[in-house]
Design a protein. Structure first.
Length: 197
């Protein structure tokens, strides 16, 4: 298992990120309004549009990121390669490529895999409540992690990750990553494994 740490000390995530206005949706992903990022995650959360990116290398290993210590929700938990939200007036296509470059310094084609809805409670004051679109991508480029967002990085084969996920204590992973990976493993495994060079 290879590990690579983001350069520099862990920094608090950009406070200006909470000024982003996110897109509220219904269960059919129809836009119903807008709200600040902070308000979307208060209490039990308000359903909003989001995305999750799974980035693989030529060996078929998946890039995992450890969320920065300054994150409001699930700090220092391991998660998918990159996740975020489209902003108001921003298309999903624009948002996924913007955030991939901002967090990981990478440009690569991204392919839609599936969409799922979930609610996960962090504490009494905050939660995720998202309709999340999952995309996959493949890169040979070096990763340049943003230390304000990412505390650490590692690559894991799908089989290795599945073994880790099957352990009784899944507490090291974010809840949305656990949910989406199980669907990838159960319903989309051939597409993921077949991309190995």
């Amino acid at each position: 298992m290879d590990y690579a740490r983001a350069d520099g000390e862990t920094q608090v995530a950009d406070p200006l990120a909470d000024s982003d206005t996110l897109i509220l949706v219904d269960e059919a992903d129809r836009e119903v309004g807008h709200m600040s990022k902070a308000q979307c995650h208060d209490g039990r959360g308000i359903l909003h549009r989001a995305f999750s990116l799974l980035i693989f290398n030529p060996d078929g290993d998946l890039l995992l990121q450890q969320r920065a210590a300054g994150k409001r929700l699930w700090p220092l938990y391991w998660s998918n390669s990159c996740c975020s939200h489209p902003r108001r007036f921003e298309t999903m296509e624009t948002a996924i490529h913007r955030r991939l470059y901002e967090e990981l310094g990478v440009h690569c084609p991204l392919e839609f895999l599936f969409k799922f809805q979930y609610q996960a409670q962090w504490d009494a004051n905050g939660a995720e409540n998202e309709l999340c679109s999952v995309y996959t991508g493949h890169t040979r480029s070096p990763i340049e992690a943003d230390p304000a967002e990412i505390a650490g990085l590692r690559w894991a084969s799908p089989e290795q990750l599945q073994t880790e996920m099957a352990q009784p204590d899944q507490g090291q992973f974010t809840p949305w990553f656990i949910m989406e990976w199980q669907r990838v493993w159960n319903d989309h495994r051939p597409a993921v494994v077949s991309r190995r060079s």
